[in-house]
Design a protein around this ligand. Structure first.
Ligand SMILES: [Zn+2]
Length: 578
């Protein structure tokens, strides 16, 4: 499965991608017969081959203008943002060269064309950040040359075998070859050579680093300035550790920045090379306060869960940072492909051990997803008056609680054989189990917060409706991936308990609000118990029993065919790729 699809199904993209890494590496076989031909675009005289259904594919991504009003900011803040946007544009320059250098050439060559076919092709190149179609397993939509599994990270035609042979002969180069921040090149003598990113991409990283130093001067937040200066240094040395620590130390910053080579989704040869990407972030005050309220109750929520107290380690103490931000500009791996609504960074296990990680919720992207994807799906499949209470607020509340709930419940599995890591005890079903636990415990917690008058009672139906609409959106893409598999199980269990019903007359699903609390509580208890006991067999049987898509749902989903699968954002800042 296309790893980038995770971005779009999941809100815990980073975590899941790490979990899937071995799969990505194992299927990274180089297709035979493509050899080491040139990656230069076909000459203009040759007829360009473009898939015939490009317009249909383009319609799957709803173009959305991301609102941003810079008049709300001081002159210094605007200067700072311009510097940060410039740095992000430079990151995009690198990203394209990593993803598909020939695709970038083609994209740039179409800039002045007024022909509708060229305009469409150019937009689809932009959406995918390459000539390869993310919603069609990276098949080329222009030209016939398949995607190199090693993209721009390795010489064209490179194979895993050749790398392994080289490393066997030159073990002293192994660390550099497998380093996530080097590109692999071929020397004249036919040997392989690892070139550090800060050398390979120097022409872009020098001005990018300068942008961050300049932005630090305009920032009125000393901690953010410190982070920017450290990140600037990191870009020029490929050592991100100190800047990642400073990044996690930011306390409720008004402005924040993601800018680094963090994700390794794109390298399908070894699964180790990181692509550049990032986002300018501005704190969303209203929703950040909601998040703080949720976090304040974490200890009580943990204690309220239906498990014996010995299975519920105390949550009184420190928590890892979370931010609800608007993203007025994104680039690189956050700018192309499926548009993440949340992220969890960095990926460095040393940082996880020492500091944890930062969870970021992209409020404006979440709103766009709700408006252009989830609401239309809800309208096509749910009772009109229930679809009407599906909202961005409700989706955000359940997404925030989902993330918080990953940290709730047992910390270890405990059974007759002793104490064990839950992931190890459960095995392959763990990802789906943990995702479902986070969903269901999250809904349980929202109900608790309403019961305890932390949240207004009249919001609860909207939370339930938004949650069910979110499930219907996820299962559109099949049930192979952990999140969708988990959500299919939730849907089937809630249906069995009568909390979701189907009306064959109107062909609409209905949330039975009165039955929801009990059904959610029962499912939450079951999933928490499976984790607490580390009961692998129970987990496998549970997903086996509840994992199949009912025929009527499959049929109902055909009504969502024309609905976009994601948004294609246009920012008020120019794209600026060179
Ligand atoms: Zn999750």
């Amino acid at each position: 499965m296309n790893p980038r699809i995770l971005r779009f199904i999941s809100v815990t993209v980073a975590v899941l991608a790490i979990a899937l890494l071995p799969t990505l590496i194992s299927h990274a076989q180089f297709p035979t017969g493509t050899g080491a031909q040139s990656v230069a675009p076909a000459p203009a005289t040759e007829k360009r081959v473009v898939v015939s259904d490009l317009a249909e594919r383009l319609a799957k991504f709803k173009n959305v203008k991301m609102p941003f009003d810079d008049s709300a900011y001081s002159a210094r803040e605007r200067q700072m943002m311009l510097k940060l946007v410039d740095a992000l544009q430079l990151a995009d320059d690198i990203y394209w060269r990593q993803a598909d250098p020939a695709g970038l050439k083609l994209y740039l060559s179409l800039a002045d064309s007024k022909a509708p076919a060229d305009i469409s092709l150019r937009r689809y190149l932009w959406i995918n950040g390459s000539r390869f179609d993310l919603i069609n397993e990276n098949q080329p939509f222009v030209g016939t040359e398949p995607a190199q599994p090693g993209r721009g990270f390795y010489p064209p035609g490179m194979t895993q075998q050749r790398i392994e042979d080289f490393v066997a002969k030159h073990p002293e180069h192994s660390k550099d070859i497998y380093n996530s921040l080097t590109v692999i090149r071929e020397t004249k003598s036919g040997d392989l050579e690892a070139v550090p990113y800060h050398v390979a991409y120097k022409e872009f990283l020098d001005p990018m680093a300068q942008d961050l130093v300049d932005a630090a001067v305009y920032s009125d937040d000393p901690a953010f300035s410190t982070f920017l200066r450290l990140r600037s240094k990191a870009l020029l040395t490929d050592d991100y550790y100190a800047s990642d620590i400073a990044w996690l130390d930011l306390k409720n910053p008004k402005f924040d920045l993601i800018l680094a080579p963090y994700e390794t989704y794109m390298d399908e040869l070894l699964g180790v090379k990181a692509s550049y990407g990032g986002s300018l972030l501005i704190r969303n005050e209203e929703q950040s306060q909601k998040l703080e309220t949720f976090q304040k109750y974490v200890p009580e929520l943990q204690e309220s869960l239906p498990l014996p107290v010995e299975d519920l380690p105390s949550k009184r103490g420190k928590q890892s940072p979370m931010e609800v931000m608007d993203a007025p500009f994104r680039s690189g791996d956050l700018g192309h492909g499926y548009q993440a609504v949340a992220d969890n960074l960095p990926n460095d296990p040393r940082i996880h051990e020492q500091k944890g990680s930062k969870k970021i919720f992209f409020r404006n992207f979440m709103d766009a997803r709700v408006e252009f994807v989830i609401l239309p799906v809800a309208k096509a499949m749910m009772l009109p008056e229930q679809a009407a209470v599906v909202s961005g607020d409700g989706y955000l509340a359940s997404t925030l609680m989902h993330e918080i709930s990953h940290g709730l419940g047992p910390a270890y599995a405990q059974n007759a054989t002793g104490r064990k890591d839950i992931r190890e005890a459960i095995g392959p079903a763990y990802s789906a189990l943990e995702e479902s636990k986070a969903d269901v415990v999250g809904m349980l917690c929202l109900a608790w917060l309403v019961d305890h008058h932390v949240l207004p009672e009249d919001k609860l139906y909207g939370y339930y409706a938004s949650y069910v609409a979110g499930i219907l959106r996820s299962v559109r893409f099949g049930v192979a991936e952990a999140h969708s598999r988990g959500e299919m199980m939730e849907f089937n269990f809630l249906s069995e308990r009568g909390a979701i019903t189907y009306d064959p007359g109107s062909k609409r699903y209905m949330v039975q609000y009165a039955k929801m609390p009990e059904a959610i509580a029962a499912l939450g208890k079951k999933l928490l118990e499976i984790e607490a006991r580390g009961d692998r067999q129970a987990a496998e049987q549970w997903f086996e029993h509840y994992g199949t898509m009912p025929a009527e749902l499959k049929e109902a989903l055909t009504r969502t065919k024309a609905i976009p699968v994601d948004v294609d954002p246009t920012f008020s800042f120019p794209d600026g790729v060179k």
